[in-house]
Design a protein around this ligand. Sequence first.
Ligand SMILES: Cc1cc2nc3c(=O)[nH]c(=O)nc-3n(C[C@H](O)[C@H](O)[C@H](O)COP(=O)(O)OP(=O)(O)OC[C@H]3O[C@@H](n4cnc5c(N)ncnc54)[C@H](O)[C@@H]3O)c2cc1C
Length: 472
Amino acid sequence: MYDVIIIGAGVSGCAVARELSAYKRKTAVLERSSDVCEGTSKANSGIVHAGYDAKPGTRKAALNLRGNILMESLSKQLDFPFQRNGSLVLCFEEAGRGKLEELLERGKENGVEGLRIVEREELAVLEPNLSDRVIAALYAPTGGIVCPFGLTIALAENASVNGVEFHLDTEVNKIVKIEEGYRLETSKGVFRTKVVVNAAGVYADVFHNMISGHKLHITPRKGEYCLFDKTMGGYVSHTVFQLPTKYGKGILVSPTVHGNLLVGPTAEDIADKEGVNTTASGLETVLERGEMSVGHLPAGKIITSFAGLRAHEEGNDFVIGEAEDAKGFIDVAGIESPGLTCAPAIGEYVAGIIQDILPAERKEDFIGERKGIFGMWEAGHEERKKMIHENPAYANVICRCELVTEGEIMDAIHRPLGATTVDGVKRRTRAGMGRCQSGFCAPKVVEILARELGRDIGEITKAGGNSGFLTR
Ligand SMILES: Cc1cc2nc3c(=O)[nH]c(=O)nc-3n(C[C@H](O)[C@H](O)[C@H](O)COP(=O)(O)OP(=O)(O)OC[C@H]3O[C@@H](n4cnc5c(N)ncnc54)[C@H](O)[C@@H]3O)c2cc1C
């Protein structure tokens, strides 16, 4: 019998798991994919929002501000990439100034610091590549960017080191209320638990509706993106938004923490909870609307495109808390944007709810810090020499685009909750994230995975399940 079972190893589930790992309880995470961070948490803008968007008084507003504040210290504790690069919301016509002022006031009410409106002359200095159409912008110095994989994997690894069990490839099919709590029927057998945390992303309504009479309805809202190569990374230094629409924050142009340029997302309500395909029309919209902000975006520099699904709940706010008619069943549902930003605060908030339901003592031996994978690409000459001296595998470059060595890939495989798939290696080390998009390094990564895991080459997959490689 578990004390707490979390369904879903996205950023929300992993943030809750990490907070709970500081307490003396038996906790597990059940995830249907073969790795953590395989849902929406892997396909988003990676922005740490300042907090001027959400309506004052909502859960989103409160958690956004708190998450933004916590992200900086968490990035140091858990060693994942985060930068406070600041953001701009662009206004293209005089008629839009009222909306810009509204955002400014809303942000102030939400407690966001440093917000101000900047005019065209100052903008030309802040961001020289902005299009001539821009007349003014809301500047938010506390906006930031984060690596979504880095954040989620760091939370999960740290939770695992502190004793939380991660059951991957474990799909929850049914939840039944029992006297002591809940019975979860999964693809890997039955689990019993006193408390359930429902962090299943776009599927959170399915689980909620299995045990509660007050129904939730989550609509997948698709967002498509173009990612440009690193020669475009300096095109803007701030995250550049446009004034929001009723569907969200509009198309943004932003540097990523690894020096690429990201443009997107669209916003389209769809029925398919697995519908993460990109479309020609979606990508055209991304480029057209992106060019309103920054002028020419050369399509030849796009290295990949992708789409993610926002878990949009009709109430337009996060649904976090114990379900009214199901004691011990805690929803972390409707976590659309800014869910990534809020994750550290969501973890803290949910841990507080569980402490009220099922009080537990804090562990004296909780390990709050974690060291990420050593990156040869960012290391100095002396550091590189030292690493190669200790392990010659650090001299063997596997991914030439991103300068990732065999030593880093071996670390990614052997650390807690290590990579078992090619995508798992990619998200932990960046091997395959560059210009050639793994065309050259994937076969070598497959070989290293097979060797280090003691498996046959034919057993190694791209991302678990049936995503095998053709080996002849
Ligand atoms: C286009 C787009 C842009 C965004 N941009 C930003 C941004 O810039 N900044 C920001 O703060 N937020 C952003 N967000 C929001 C953010 O990405 C999400 O709020 C966050 O990733 C949600 O995380 P999650 O853990 O709740 O869901 P997910 O990451 O989807 O995790 C849910 C997990 O549950 C698992 N699961 C589902 N069903 C089952 C089952 N039956 N059994 C076991 N496991 C199951 C899934 O496999 C998945 O791993 C964006 C979202 C989108 C779509």
